[in-house]
Write a protein that binds this ligand. Structure first.
Ligand code: PHE
Length: 485
């Protein structure tokens, strides 16, 4: 990001006389904020930063295990349909909302309508819930990186290695603490710029390595059945739960419905095109998720002897399947491959965690009027404390469970399957009926036509809110056992 001292032309053209006092004040605040906030160095900078936040454990760890759990091909199909419709529309909406108001989520809604300030608060709660448990998984990746680096990768291929690790009391906690500390160091010293620079090389490296491992995994005996399971939809396996899981995953993976894209949009320059940026971020994010599925699911299928039941390993799928693939390369080859792979995944996880932590820090700064340093320390300590139950839930506290969910699963369910759909639904209503679609589409059209304008309007006013509400209500009724779907 670069300091931007020239006020945006659009804002200079604002005719203060035609605005109410409140609006003018808000716009001035926006201007000052824009100066302070700086903006991205052009569209590429914007796309890369947003993709850096979007691509993370959601794509590499979460997508494959959900796809395995919810029937393979049918989940994939549902996800792609949702990404092209709901994902596209919501990402456009959030980025535009941010660029229009020049504010982060917590202020953006308030600026446009005071009564809707609560939606900013709801969006703020979500990253606060996600960051701790995200860091627990980040810690697991750290542990695997360390294991391969120190030459014990072969042991990670053993059947009970993963379960022994996550159920031991202190090891996961230690790696979790290291992971959170790394993110904290970046945030408190404000060295994200350096991270952004390295990510230009490391992200493509991750993609290349993933392609390489995928090609190898696909040549393994028995993988063809796994590919079929992953790619061919079996409509008998479709249920409303598939849709809810895919929807939650979509929001999570694209960093939607929690105000993050609003903040990114607030840094975007007026001359950069929103629509094409969104296409690029979406293609990148979805592409990496689909590829990760192709890398992990057929391999897991092979190792589980073609038993889709054991495929539903849940959060452990990547950690169980990949070391077995790496082991095929022998101790040295597998060691190098594993070290490299987990290093790159660790990096992707860290960039996402930094983006999450940044968001939470700015929420604390805005809400409590504290300095950046103090806010960062509070968030750091808070994250450490909140992550402990999620980590212990796989071992010492494994007795704590609701409906078969571990503590980590519960946080994950609460944020992704309950709060995010609610936030997304309300964002649609806010844009479609309170702010008005025109306000948003005008902002998009500041520099060129908006190709999917009609589609956007219909989706945001009718299709998205109605479908999300229907999905939410049926799945909540299902959880409470009112009826089984
Ligand atoms: N989108 C990230 C991922 O896929 C997770 C994330 C969510 C990061 C929200 C930042 C903000 O891993």
């Amino acid at each position: 990001m670069e300091d931007n001292n020239t006020p945006q032309t659009e804002e200079l053209q604002i005719n203060a006389a035609s605005k109410s006092q409140g609006e003018t004040a808000a716009l001035q605040e926006n201007l000052v904020e824009k100066k302070k906030r700086g903006s991205f160095t052009g569209k590429i900078g914007f796309v890369l930063a947003a993709a850096g936040s979007a691509v993370g454990l959601g794509n590499i760890w979460r997508f494959p295990y959900l796809a395995a759990k919810y029937g393979g091909g049918i989940f994939l199909l549902t996800y792609i349909v949702l990404a092209l419709t709901f994902g596209f529309v919501l990402m456009i909406a959030e980025i535009t909302l941010g660029r229009k108001t020049g504010a982060s989520a917590i202020n953006a809604f308030k600026k446009l309508n005071k009564k809707w300030a609560f939606l900013g608060v709801l969006c703020a709660v979500i990253p606060i819930i996600i960051l701790p448990y995200y860091s627990v998984i980040g810690g697991w990746v750290g542990k695997y990186f360390f294991t391969f680096l120190t030459g014990s990768g072969a042991s990670a291929a053993g059947d009970s290695y993963f379960n022994n690790f996550i159920s031991s009391p202190w090891q996961p906690l230690l790696f979790f603490a290291i992971f959170v500390t790394a993110a904290f160091v970046v945030v408190i010293f404000g060295v994200e710029k350096g991270i952004e620079k390295v990510s230009k090389f490391l992200m493509p490296a991750l993609v290349l390595l993933t392609i390489g491992v995928t090609i190898y995994a696909l040549t393994m005996e028995g993988s063809a059945e796994g590919v079929k399971y992953y790619l061919l939809p079996d409509f008998k396996k479709f249920s409303i739960k598939t849709v809810l899981a895919a929807l939650g995953q979509l929001f999570y993976s694209m960093s939607l419905a929690m105000g993050i894209m609003i903040t990114y949009g607030s840094y975007m320059k007026k001359q950069d095109k929103i629509e094409s940026s969104v296409h690029q971020i979406e293609i990148f994010d979805t592409g990496i998720a689909l590829l990760s599925g192709l890398m992990i699911i057929p391999a897991a299928y092979t190792f589980s002897g073609g038993n889709p039941e054991t495929l539903g390993q849940g959060p452990g799928l990547m950690f169980v399947a990949l070391p077995k693939v790496f082991a095929k390369f022998g101790t040295v080859g597998g060691g190098i491959l594993g070290t490299l792979f987990f290093a790159l995944v660790l990096f992707a996880a860290l960039t996402s965690a930094i983006s999450l932590m940044e968001t939470v820090v700015s929420i604390v700064m805005d809400k409590f009027h504290l300095s950046r340093k103090k806010s960062s320390i509070i968030v750091y300590v808070g994250t450490l404390l909140l992550g402990i139950p999620s980590s212990l839930g796989f071992g010492v506290w494994s007795a704590v469970s609701v409906g078969g969910m571990t503590i980590l699963d519960m946080f994950d369910f609460l944020s992704n399957s309950v709060l995010m759909p609610i936030a997304a639904l309300l964002t649609c209503v806010f844009i479609g009926y309170i702010v008005g679609c025109k306000n948003i589409t005008d902002e998009i059209e500041l520099n060129g036509a908006f190709k999917f304008k009609k589609f956007f309007n219909v989706m945001i006013r009718y299709v998205c809110p109605i479908c999300i509400a229907a999905i939410l209500v049926t799945s909540i009724l299902d959880v409470f056992g009112v009826f089984n779907i």
